[in-house]
Design a protein around this ligand. Structure first.
Ligand code: G16
Length: 580
């Protein structure tokens, strides 16, 4: 056994280490600057009770700088008394798999190295986040404590090799499965390298009926295409769709994980997954597949497509909830009592909850807000407009869970193989005819100057405050000089129904009398400048009107939102970077 010693190394606080919507994300150059990562990780370890002797997991999307980060974290983990680090082979572990491993192996927690859907590489982004023992992202009580420590930190507890060299754990080869133990005076430290796929794939196999999905994929009139966007999901997708379900290798695109995602932006939306969208469009590809899906850098986001048809994440989670107990074995077995969505997510799932008599919760943006509701057994399916869909099998959103859910629903609707294929589009349209349609669009303005974005938000805050101050007894307000009547204007505040914790200022929303709304918030996942998100939603109950193009149906509201916010005037931006 190889020995190591723990030494204290002096450091000083570094500005701007506040955790965002999901972890700390910065440019790789910032993360690799002296002590930047180490300060945050040491602050994390200071914030955790009972860490001595604990086992924690470590892995991520394999992006550029991950190898160096693993070495730093292992040295700090040993230095802070962690007994064992469970590392995904080659440092790989998709985010939902990490949640699964923490839960199933009953670990103390886990560290995920990812900036999710943000690009990677020396000039792009790196990120880190911590998940607690329930497998979910750390709550704000933990991230606030980490931030407080980053502001006063003065020492790093590092492990060194006995000969004084800096990498005491170099002999633990993380490209190979197995375990290595190192010793120090009065203690030891073990590094176990595990398969990033085994536990997670086994869990998914227990949740779905692979036989019926296999039969669907064997049909001559059914083809699927999965885009791994050169992120971490590729190997999981190959294992599930090709090896387990028998789909041909040609059902996969960009399924080799690359540290810079092939210089792409691994965000599964209509802009950044344009290549997949093109393959799925029968006007551009005469052999367009029937079902398409994409996943992001770390495998928690997903996009679902039919042949020439985009399923919004809002509709996707609502369809899954509506079909769950008839089509998906996991929910047939465990039942469905409640659902949840983030505030800017369109309310299609609310309609399902009302019809099925389920509890329905609206939380701030950030998957961490679903954790308590799931732990309390009140919510089993959740979704966010930001291409996040998941269930209570783990405490992260789960891209492959969403893709398998859709395959399972398709298998269920197409159980009779002698009948023509029921398409993704037909399933969504049947949903609209039952529940009505929540037209939805999100405009993203990326890389806006922070000061300009903050001024625009302050302007909107003032409008909302003035409106509330001048409310007449009818409770209705007018927005500026516009005819539209406003039912509610607020900066969203959420009180967690389980632990009573309060999250305020989570987005400014104006809800109109005729079941429509506009929302503004600043993204918490960018690494530089600000990203303004403008969300527009309108509910259409009339089944004869649900077939319109969303941009056409929402045009008056989009114009109103731009005018009220004075977005162009504040930011100088005439067009959004991404329209969803
Ligand atoms: C993270 C969070 C999600 C959130 C999304 C967008 O996703 O886990 O809950 O909806 O960011 O957040 P924002 O609008 O603040 O950018 P991911 O996939 O980036 O980890």
């Amino acid at each position: 056994m190889v020995g190591y010693v723990v030494k204290s190394v002096a450091t000083a606080p570094i500005d701007g280490q506040k955790t965002g919507t999901s972890g700390l994300r910065k440019k790789t150059a910032v993360f690799s600057s002296p002590n930047y990562l180490a300060n945050w990780v040491q602050s994390l370890f200071y914030s955790l009770d009972g860490l001595a002797g604990a086992t924690i997991a470590l892995g991520g999307d394999g992006r550029y700088f991950s190898k160096e980060a693993i070495q730093i974290i292992a040295r700090l983990a040993a230095g802070n008394g962690v007994a064992k680090l469970v590392v995904g082979q080659k440092g790989i572990m998709c985010t939902p798999a990490m949640s699964c491993v923490i839960r199933e192996s009953k670990l103390y927690g886990g560290i995920i190295l990812t900036a999710s859907h943000n690009p990677g590489g020396p000039d792009e982004d790196f990120g880190i986040k911590y998940n607690t023992g329930n497998g979910g992202p750390a709550p704000e009580s933990v991230t606030d404590a980490i931030f407080a420590h980053t502001k006063s930190i003065s020492e790093l507890k590092f492990a060194f090799a006995e000969d004084g060299s800096e990498d005491p754990f170099a002999s633990a080869d993380i490209s190979k499965l197995g375990s290595t133990t190192f010793t120090t005076a009065g203690g030891s430290f073990e590094i176990e390298v595990i398969s990033p796929t085994e536990q997670y794939v086994a869990m998914l196999k227990g949740m779905f009926d692979f036989t019926s999905m296999k039969a669907l994929l064997a049909r001559e009139d059914f083809k699927m295409l999965f885009d791994g966007m050169s992120g971490v999901t590729g190997p999981y997708a190959r294992r599930l769709f090709v090896e387990e379900l028998g789909a041909p290798e040609s059902s996969l695109m960009r399924c080799e994980p690359l540290p810079d995602f092939g210089k792409g932006h691994p965000d599964p939306n209509l802009t950044y997954a344009a290549e997949l969208v093109k393959h799925m469009d029968p006007k551009q590809n005469s052999d367009a597949p029937d079902f398409g899906a994409a996943s992001d850098g770390d495998g928690d986001r997903n996009m679902i497509l039919g042949k020439g048809f985009f399923v919004t994440p809002n509709d996707s989670v609502a369809v899954i909830a509506a079909e769950a107990t008839s089509a998906i074995p996991y929910f047939q077995k465990h039942g469905l009592k409640g659902v949840a969505r983030s505030m800017p997510t369109a309310g299609a799932i609310d309609k399902v909850a009302a019809k099925l008599g389920l509890e329905c919760f609206v939380t701030p943006t950030g998957w961490k807000f679903f954790g308590n509701l799931m732990d309390a057994g009140r919510v089993q399916i959740c979704g966010e407009e930001s291409f996040g869909t998941g269930a209570d099998h783990v405490r992260e959103k789960d891209g492959l869970f969403a893709v398998l859910s859709w395959l399972q629903i398709l298998a269920y609707k197409n159980a009779d193989s002698s009948k023509p294929l029921v398409s993704v589009e037909a399933i969504v349209k049947e949903f609209w005819s039952t529940y009505g349609r929540n037209f939805f669009s999100r405009y993203d303005y990326e890389g806006v100057e922070s000061d300009a974005a903050n001024k625009m938000m302050a302007h909107l805050e003032k409008i909302q405050e003035d409106m509330n101050a001048s409310k007449d007894p009818s409770g209705l307000m007018t927005l500026g000089g516009f005819a539209t009547k406003v039912k509610l204007a607020e900066n969203f505040t959420y009180k967690d129904p389980v632990d009573g914790s309060v999250a305020s200022k989570q987005g400014i929303l104006f809800v109109f009398e005729e079941d429509s709304r506009i929302i503004f918030r600043l993204s918490g996942t960018g690494s530089a400048g600000a990203t303004i998100r403008m969300y527009i939603e309108k509910y259409e109950p009339d089944a004869t009107q649900t077939d319109k193009d969303a941009q056409v149906a929402l045009k008056p509201l989009i114009d109103l939102a731009l005018e009220v916010s004075q977005l162009k005037e504040f930011t100088g931006r005439n067009e959004p970077t991404v329209i969803t």
